[in-house]
Design a protein around this ligand. Structure first.
Ligand code: FAD
Length: 488
């Protein structure tokens, strides 16, 4: 549950907001057909719980439309009846945006049945997919056409393209290819009034006024429901090589980033920072994992180089980076994956980091970004502040250091009371976000605002910016029926 939203407050909202009247529920169900109107509480339950079990809402109805036309009919009816709608994709979002409130009066619209790949255009290097296509399926469709769709997240087996667009997802390939905003050319969107914006353009250039597409990217389902997207494709690399390297500290990691960029240029396709505590926790809880290096290092970097020429070319570039890193005393030790299995084993360590922390009890989380050069200072200052506030607290900062984006998470002290530790969430957030602000950073690099960070926006956005956001919301959704209470 949102630490700022007490059970008492939820009960108060519950009493004020009427549940969904049965006749209106029936009219919604008629749009999708009874088979796709989920009303059984047991079947509804998975739609109400999100990955971190922090938010848990209620609803009487989940609608599973099978076409953009049905989505349009749903929103038209919602707008007429004042029924709040919560769009949901793969339900992997970590800020509570896809979960209804506790009133029981909000209806979930799941986009998962809209899972068609409409077109792959290898001349224009685009792919038109529906919103419910799972990210891994989009990657596979691109691969089958000898192209790359580069967005890569640990949740890629469940998250969906509509959710990726709506959260402006980031992940491990942002360094080379940008985040979802850079990967979308066009969108088909159903507006809160039920009108459809046919914006499925495949253009690389289009300077015809305000960019509506960019408004929907990262809007977290507050401005419209995305039903399809045109995605950018890239040439498939002919070779990749992955290395796991031990370094003294985040300063050394940045020095290595500098070397890697100079050697690989745009071929540097991932560069992730991992602290020793993360390796220890993974080895303790994830069966079949092995320490990649013989010795123990305080920090590690997992990096990947891709080549448009060959596997050998990628491997040679990694060797050159490694060699220069050792020569300049930046690298303590390292290993280059010699097989796909070994590369996958390295990536598995990285991809389990989000999930594995729960095995160590409570974890207070941040998804922050600072200018890349400020990452070491941020980690030093945040570690000092957090361990002074909570002696024994275990900082677990990891992530996309090449983008300045650190998942600054803190595991509870060993043996501490989990609830008492988590009760300090807001206080710790405030302290860490204060340091981020001081360094010119942001409190949400890639996860979004949702419900979790809604209360923090006023402190980090100038009033004019918030006011413009509210005016945009009112222009798109005059009756406030789409994902109310999220972001703003
Ligand atoms: C293990 C794990 C690792 C993760 N790693 C990363 C990472 O590296 N980088 C990253 O950026 N995120 C990461 N995430 C977060 C999450 O996977 C992304 O935010 C993802 O883009 C959400 O997609 P989804 O389909 O699950 O969306 P959901 O969770 O269903 O929804 C997310 C938001 O989008 C809205 N929405 C969903 N579909 C639509 C639609 N069709 N139209 C309009 N609004 C819609 C929802 O209302 C909600 O506000 C991770 C999550 C997990 C659990």
């Amino acid at each position: 549950m949102d630490p700022g939203l007490s059970w008492a407050r939820l009960a108060e909202m519950d009493a004020r907001t009427p549940s969904l009247p049965p006749d209106i529920a029936g009219r919604f169900a008629a749009i999708v057909g009874e088979a796709y109107a989920v009303r059984d509480p047991a079947e509804i339950a998975p739609y109400l719980i999100e990955p971190r079990a922090k938010f848990h809402g209620r609803t009487a109805l989940v609608l599973r439309p099978g076409s953009a036309g049905e989505v349009s009919d749903i929103l038209r009816l919602a707008n007429q009846t004042g029924t709040p709608i919560v769009p949901q994709g793969g339900n992997t979002g970590v800020v509570g945006g896809q979960v209804p409130d506790a009133s029981g009066g909000q209806v979930i619209v799941s986009l998962s049945r809209l899972n068609g790949i409409r077109e792959v255009d290898t001349d224009g290097d685009t792919m038109t997919v529906e919103a419910g296509v799972v990210l891994a399926a989009a990657q596979a469709a691109a691969d089958a056409a000898d192209r790359l769709f580069p967005l890569s997240l640990a949740s890629e087996g469940s998250c969906e393209i509509g959710g990726n667009v709506s959260t402006n997802a980031g992940g491990t390939a942002v360094l080379a290819y940008g985040n979802m905003r850079n990967l979308v050319l066009g969108l088909e969107v159903v507006l809160p009034t039920g009108e459809v914006w046919e914006g499925l353009r495949r253009l690389r250039k289009d300077n015809t006024g305000y960019d509506l597409r960019d408004l929907f990217v990262g809007a977290e389902g507050t401005l419209g429901i995305i039903t399809a997207a045109v995605l950018r494709l890239f040439p498939k690399p002919r070779g990749t090589s992955v290395a796991f390297v031990g370094v003294k500290d985040p300063d050394a990691a940045l020095a290595l980033l500098d070397i890697a960029r100079a050697q690989a240029a745009s071929g540097l396709t991932a560069f992730e920072l991992i602290p020793r505590i993360a390796i220890d926790v993974v080895l303790r809880h994830v069966p079949g994992t092995r320490d990649p290096l013989a010795g123990v290092h305080d920090w590690y970097v997992l990096f990947e180089v891709s080549s448009s020429r060959s596997e050998a070319d990628a491997e040679q570039t990694v060797e050159a980076i490694f060699g220069e890193g050792v020569a300049r005393d930046v690298v303590e030790d390292g290993v280059q994956a010699r097989s796909l299995d070994q590369a996958n084993a390295f990536w598995r360590i990285r991809h389990t980091l989000s999930e594995v922390q729960k095995e160590e009890g409570g974890s207070i989380k941040h998804d922050v970004a600072v200018p890349v050069a400020a990452v070491p200072e941020f980690i030093r200052r945040a570690n000092a502040a957090v361990t002074a506030m909570i002696p024994g607290a275990r900082p677990f900062p990891f992530g996309h250091v090449g983008d300045g984006n650190i998942h600054y998470n803190i595991s509870q002290p060993v043996g501490a009371d989990k609830a008492a530790f988590l009760a300090r969430w807001d206080e710790v957030n405030q302290r860490v976000h204060g340091i981020v602000a001081d360094l010119g950073g942001t409190i949400s690099a890639e996860h979004g605002i949702g419900t979790l960070k809604r209360g923090m926006l006023a402190a980090v956005k100038p009033p004019i910016e918030l006011d413009l956001m509210r005016r945009i919301k009112a222009a798109f959704d005059p009756n406030g029926i789409l994902n109310p209470g999220k972001v703003l």
